[in-house]
Design a protein around this ligand. Structure first.
Ligand code: SAH
Length: 216
């Protein structure tokens, strides 16, 4: 059935999407988004032969574009409804932001490296994706744009960033890989009332650390 709804503009992206489905990703909107996005545009030309393999790849500034399975897994945990306002921390290459745009979310994304912010902006514009991009420290969130339906953190903090919790709508949640450099647990932190949050655990992952402040 999926066969019919997956775009075929980028056959390699479509194959990647189908392979993620076999690995257990079941949200069809996530699968369709992966199938529609040219991942090779988000990485250096020298790495293009690896663009559609299910693995993380290096980008500038010692950072990484996450493994497609991880992007899909985090996107699935968001359970996005159309038009929901989502804040991503860690724009990186911009690939995850493109996935969220494909899923018809209203996307806000923050990156702490100015160079990555600039490159991601160019790539996303070129592909006609228009998330709201910000250069800044994700630990601060975006108080002027809050509250958000969902928050997605794509770098690993050691503790749940308190200011981001406060920028969630009641009933909304945050998907965050929580822990130190040895590895993290994927957590979903849901704001059930003004002051009450619940947590659920969703497996082990490895991300680059979430760091304070900004850099060139
Ligand atoms: N979502 C990205 C993954 C990039 S890796 C993608 O699809 O390519 C994580 C990114 O988080 C890195 O670019 C890193 O610089 C950024 N990051 C780490 N700490 C941050 C912070 N406090 N605020 C904003 N971005 C941060």
């Amino acid at each position: 059935m999926t066969e019919n709804i997956l775009q075929n503009k980028y056959p390699e992206a479509r194959k990647l999407a189908e392979s993620l489905q076999k690995k257990g990703i079941s949200d069809q909107r996530v699968i369709a988004a992966i199938a529609a996005i040219p991942r090779h545009e988000f990485i250096d030309e020298s790495l293009r032969e690896y663009a559609y393999l299910d693995r993380p790849l290096p980008i500038e500034k010692g950072q990484t574009i996450s493994q497609p399975y991880t992007v899909a897994y985090q996107s699935e945990l968001l359970q996005l409804k159309q038009g929901e306002k989502v804040l991503e921390i860690g724009t990186g290459s911009g690939y995850q932001a493109a996935v969220l745009c494909e899923m018809d979310a209203e996307v806000y994304s923050i990156e702490r490296f100015q160079e990555l912010y600039r490159t991601a902006k160019e790539t996303l514009n070129k592909l006609s994706y228009h998330p709201h991009l910000f250069f800044g420290d994700g630990y601060e969130g975006l108080p002027n744009e809050a509250p958000f339906d969902k928050i997605l953190i794509t770098a690993a903090p050691e503790k749940v960033p308190e200011k981001l919790k406060q920028q969630l709508k009641i009933g909304g949640w945050m998907v965050v890989p929580l822990g130190g450099r040895q590895g993290q647990k994927m957590m979903v932190i849901k704001r059930v009332s003004e002051n009450k949050f619940t947590e659920t655990e969703h497996g082990d992952f490895i991300f680059v650390p979430m760091q304070e402040g900004t850099e060139e």
